[in-house]
Design a protein around this ligand. Structure first.
Ligand code: ZN
Ligand code: ZN
Length: 314
């Protein structure tokens, strides 16, 4: 199955590169970027497959088991735009173009000062170097970092100004995962890439980790009244559990400025006292939206209003 998927992705990558990317590079005289752009084409192909599969499966599921009725289609269309931009378009390219050379430099610099990566897969030879074990360890370590980044997104005023773009969606669907401020996305993507370098994840593992994590995050944002069966609900973040993180009166309130911050595994919220298991569905959004605060409807107004909030002007 994975071999088949791998060769399909590779075939599509080759085709897209030869029919669209290479002629463009040639016309622009940018053939020196050929190798980077070939790698980038793989991201686009994986992103496209991911978006199509999720749109079909979660689109059907949201019709069958919605957590709340759909009343604002325009708000959903904005989130679709965020998703396409992040998975297939310009933003992915910017991150790729900025991060790849930066990480190479950093690796070189670290080697010079004698820092050796923590090669997680070498901790217990014979066990931790099994692909599935090392993948699981990386996923848990990544998720621990993600939990704390998310806590800080709520804790620091400037960061909340950006993260509020994500929370201001009152019509949540599986498209909402990507509704983020671009600077916010850049910070988180850079942080995760740095963690991957520090822990010694290979580029192939990094791609698999990012894709596994973002597929699960799309599921959690879906407009679904799903809770996982039995003990699984305590192990993996479900749509209803993450919906509580977005709920008005829960998501950005109290001493910890919110509940249920975990990105994949609720264990972090349990350990650090931020888990909330109350059942039921509460409308999503930010409390001051009820008093009329405007976080913007379209892409540009959401992006620019966040900068305004950051500098105390909105
Ligand atoms: Zn949040
Ligand atoms: Zn969310």
């Amino acid at each position: 199955m994975f071999d088949w998927l791998g060769s399909t992705v590779h075939g599509l990558q080759q085709w897209l590169y030869e029919t669209a990317v290479q002629p463009l590079l040639f016309a622009l005289g940018w053939m020196r970027y050929a190798e980077e752009l070939f790698d980038f084409t793989e991201w686009v192909v994986l992103g496209a497959i991911e978006v199509v599969v999720l749109a079909v499966l979660l689109g059907v599921a949201e019709r069958l088991w919605p957590a709340e009725p759909v009343t604002d289609r325009r708000a959903i269309r904005t989130d679709v735009l965020y998703t396409l931009l992040h998975r297939l378009g310009g933003f992915a390219l910017v991150v790729f173009a900025l991060l790849t050379p930066l990480l190479d430099e950093l690796e070189g610099a670290l080697r010079l000062v004698g820092f050796s990566r923590i090669n997680v897969d070498q901790l217990w030879p014979g066990v931790t170097d099994l692909p599935v074990v090392s993948f699981a360890i990386y996923l848990v370590l990544f998720d621990f970092v993600d939990y704390w980044l998310h806590r800080w997104q709520h804790r620091f005023g400037w960061w909340w100004a950006l993260h509020a773009v994500h929370h201001s969606q009152r019509q949540m669907t599986f498209w909402s995962d990507q509704r983020n401020h671009l600077i916010d996305d850049l910070i988180r993507d850079a942080a995760m890439a740095l963690v991957a370098v520090a822990l010694g994840a290979s580029p192939g593992q990094f791609v698999a980790l990012v894709i596994a994590s973002r597929v699960l995050q799309s599921v959690q944002h879906a407009n679904l009244r799903w809770r996982w069966p039995g003990p699984l609900e305590g192990v993996l973040v479900s749509p209803s559990w993450h919906r509580l993180h977005h709920a008005i009166g829960y998501g950005h309130e109290g001493r910890t400025q919110g509940v249920n911050f975990a990105v994949l595994f609720p264990i972090w919220d349990v350990l650090f006292g931020t888990a909330d298991w109350r059942p039921g569905f509460v409308p999503t959004g930010i409390r001051d939206q009820l008093e009329g605060r405007d976080y913007g409807r379209g892409f540009w107004s959401q992006q620019s209003k966040a900068i305004g909030r950051w500098f105390g002007r909105a």
